[in-house]
Design a protein around this ligand. Structure first.
Ligand code: KG4
Ligand code: ZN
Length: 355
């Protein structure tokens, strides 16, 4: 396999086909050099789980099985390439729903044998951390050291990163993830799953200051950790005190504002503590939130803020897994292609943290 040089601009073309199947999306993508997206296919089961208010693991795995081969065919067709044009395969090997993950990793292992291609196992979070490189960064590549807030339905982590694979985990959630808070809050407000987009769209009609929810972990400690369970309780108590008809838009706007203020507050603290930081990156499903983006931009005008180039690179996708695999090959080629286990809980340390 060709291993590219250390800078993005002198990459030899490295073409990776990646699979991401950690939850309710079945995704496959072909990416060149970790940045050029040749195809990005996603079959989402979100509509199926809209009514149930959340993902049912057995149903998600069954959907993965139905979708994986058509999505892979589509990814190769859209990229207009043959398996012989590929340099490697990559797959998310954790964390996530075990049944869903196994569909992706088993398929990738079979294809790796069949097509005689190396296989790179990627931590799901490492994928999100790499998503800001997708598309259009050749002239303007991100500069390390940088801060990345990765906030999705399963995790909320703040990283100080020295390179793609080296970094320090500065803070993580002590209870719910930010996306989980959106999902649970939406369910309390009678809004559909996934809750983030539902709350964001209802919030457009509401007043973010109508209900002043408390800022979590704000006074007591000098921590960069997150906590969302108090906000969830505050919403529950506020709902109990409300009379009918419920002011859903005001509640959604205030709850969204409280989550965004907490996330922004941690980033501000981290920038103060690490003045060497050159950029702030916002990744994961919650990074699609426009209120969070504008709130952060207004709060940190002096530091460059980057979000994934498309909304489809914020939420789960396989292009970010291909990008991560490329950077792993670039920085740690021996460990990148080492055998891996498929596992529902994969510690963040496996991402390359020295925390
Ligand atoms: O990264 P992702 O697709 O999957 C996980 O790794 O969990 O993130 C999904 C999460 C869900 O909790 C969803 O409610 C949230 O991201 N989300 C949003 C928005 N779009 C998706 N949260 C806030 N605002 C959005 N626009
Ligand atoms: Zn994710």
């Amino acid at each position: 396999m060709r291993v590219p040089q250390h800078t993005l601009s002198c990459f030899a073309a490295m073409r990776i086909l990646a699979i991401e199947s950690s939850c309710d999306e079945t995704a496959a993508s072909v990416v060149e050099d970790g940045i050029h997206v040749r195809s990005n296919c996603i079959a989402s089961a979100q509509k199926v789980f809209e009514k149930s208010g959340g993902v049912i693991p057995e149903d998600a795995a069954r959907r993965q099985l139905q979708c994986i081969l058509p999505v892979l065919h589509q990814a190769l067709d859209d990229a207009n390439i043959q398996p012989t044009d590929l340099d490697a395969l990559a797959v998310t090997h954790g964390p996530g729903l075990l049944g869903s993950l196994l569909i992706g990793t088993t398929t990738a292992r079979v294809l790796s044998r069949l097509w005689h291609l190396p296989l790179i196992g990627v931590h799901h979070t490492m994928g999100h951390l790499s998503s800001t490189w997708l598309e259009g960064v050749i002239e303007d590549p991100p500069l390390f050291p940088l801060l990345t807030l990765s906030a999705s339905g399963g995790h909320t982590d703040l990283w100080l990163r020295e390179s793609h694979t080296r970094g320090t985990l500065l803070g993580r959630t002590r209870d719910d993830a930010a996306g989980e808070a959106f999902d649970k809050g939406a369910s309390m407000l009678g809004l559909p799953y996934p809750g983030g987009p539902a709350i964001a769209s209802s919030a457009l009609q509401g007043n973010p200051h109508a209900f002043p929810f408390p800022l979590p972990l704000s006074t007591k400690e000098d921590t960069l950790d997150f906590s969302f369970s108090g906000l969830k309780n505050a919403l529950r108590l506020t709902l109990q005190a409300c009379t009918s008809p419920l002011p859903v838009a005001d509640l959604a706007a205030s709850f969204e504002h409280a989550i965004c203020s907490h996330l922004t507050d941690r980033i501000l603290r981290a920038i103060k503590r690490y003045p060497q930081v050159r950029e702030v990156h916002l990744v994961g499903g919650v990074s699609a939130n426009t209120h969070l983006r504008s709130h952060l931009k207004d709060s940190v005008p002096s530091v460059r803020l980057r979000t994934p180039a498309r909304l489809s690179y914020c939420t789960d996708n396989a292009a970010m897994i291909a990008a991560a695999a490329t950077f792993m090959m670039l920085e740690t080629p021996e460990t990148a292609i080492a055998p891996f286990l498929t596992t529902a809980s994969l510690p963040l340390e496996a991402v390359g943290s020295d925390a």
